[in-house]
Design a binder for this molecule. Structure first.
Ligand code: NAD
Ligand code: UDP
Length: 319
């Protein structure tokens, strides 16, 4: 049985990856320090013989007993609110954490895939974003802690690949959504859905003309899975190219949730990218992958998940 280590296992993407690898017949070792994740996302796996969990901060030396065939490094705060609140931990998990996991991969002769992000393109001057675009990042701005940690993560991963011959994969993930996102993580989908469910007005930042392109989690997991088993070491964009402005998106959510709330406008956070859309030609060619889930269908599934939360969860405010 092949053994895979997934860091960030109690988070949104990590927990879905644990489910997928269990389903594919792997022995899964989940690791997380629970700084932004929740054990609730993986509690259904605890009874399984082929799932183990390590409560550990990967920015500190990482030890795993036994062999490892694959490592997926997904540990990192991922929402702007989270990484503004814990900037140093964000820098550390992308740099020191990645270094530890690359070292572990080398020691275990495992293949490692690291979770990079569309944020390496910053506020992009090339649209849609192709993998050969170097990006436009403000290194010292508030988002720099995340963007630069991820850029360093890509560099050190390529260095291990070139210098040590390590088998590495880099996925550049574009905005992904679905069940198990944390309601209060500040990202736009949980924010709007929480507001709709609590009967609050929807907060659009800026004039809402900035765009994003939202990918359903099942599509994202499929793309990551295929990339891991490909033989391509350079970065690959995985996301859904269906682009929408945040204002139109708020209106779509108002319709979907049947709320009679209004849109209210708030200040645009500093360095908020004005446009974002993945060019996925490379993923199509290399992996035969493209998204299958339309936004309307994915948003319905996500809304059903949020509707299932308890009143206490819905009204608990962490920010
Ligand atoms: P998330 O916050 O739900 O999950 C991240 C998990 O990592 C959490 O469970 C958290 O507790 C854990 N973690 C953070 N620091 C840690 C540390 N030092 N040691 C151990 N565990 C730690 O976020 P997510 O959306 O699931 O994102 C997962 C990964 O995917 C991140 O690396 C993120 O940068 C990347 N990503 C996500 C998106 C997206 O749209 N969801 C987009 C681009 C990149
Ligand atoms: N946004 C918004 N209202 C909110 C939360 C976010 O208008 O309550 C905007 C945010 O300014 C950004 C977009 O929605 O332009 C996506 O934000 P998110 O935090 O989900 O992810 P980002 O793509 O910026 O990392």
């Amino acid at each position: 049985m092949k053994r895979v280590l997934i860091t960030g296992a109690a988070g949104f993407l990590g927990s879905h990856l644990c489910d997928r690898f269990i389903k594919e017949g792997f022995h899964v070792i989940g690791m997380d320090n629970l700084i932004t994740g929740d054990l609730k996302n993986i509690e259904h796996l605890f009874k399984l013989e082929h799932f183990e969990f390590y409560h550990h901060d990967v920015s500190k030396f990482v030890h795993v007993a036994g062999t490892l065939d694959y490592i997926l490094h997904f540990a990192s705060p991922a929402s702007p609110i989270d990484y503004l609140k814990i900037p140093i931990q964000t820098l550390k998990v992308g740099s020191l954490g990645t270094h530890n996991l690359l070292g572990l991969a080398k020691a275990k002769k495992a293949r490692i895939l690291i979770a990079s992000t569309s944020e390496v393109y910053g506020d992009p001057l090339v649209h849609p974003q192709t993998e050969d675009y170097y990006g436009n990042v403000n290194t010292i701005g508030p988002r720099g802690v995340y963007d630069e940690a991820k850029r360093f993560q890509e560099s050190i991963t390529m260095a291990y690949h070139r210098f040590h011959g390590l088998e590495t994969r880099i996925v550049r993930i574009f905005n992904t959504y679905g069940p198990r996102m944390r309601l209060n993580d500040g990202r736009v989908i949980p924010a709007f859905m929480g507001q709709a469910l609590r009967g609050e007005d929807l907060t659009v930042f800026g004039d809402g003309s900035q765009t994003r392109s939202f990918c359903y989690v099942d599509d994202q997991v499929e793309g990551i899975y295929r990339l891991l088993f490909s033989d391509y070491a350079s970065p690959v964009n995985i996301g859904n190219p269906n682009e929408i402005s945040i204002k139109d998106f708020a209106e779509e959510i108002i319709k979907l949730t049947g709320t009679d709330q209004k849109i209210i406008y708030k200040e645009l956070p500093k360095d908020d990218p004005m446009q974002r859309q993945p060019n996925i030609d490379l993923a199509k060619k290399l992996l035969g992958w493209e998204p299958q889930v339309q936004r309307q269908e994915g948003m319905k599934k996500t809304f059903n998940y949020f509707k299932g939360l308890t009143e206490e969860e819905l009204f608990r405010s962490e920010h």
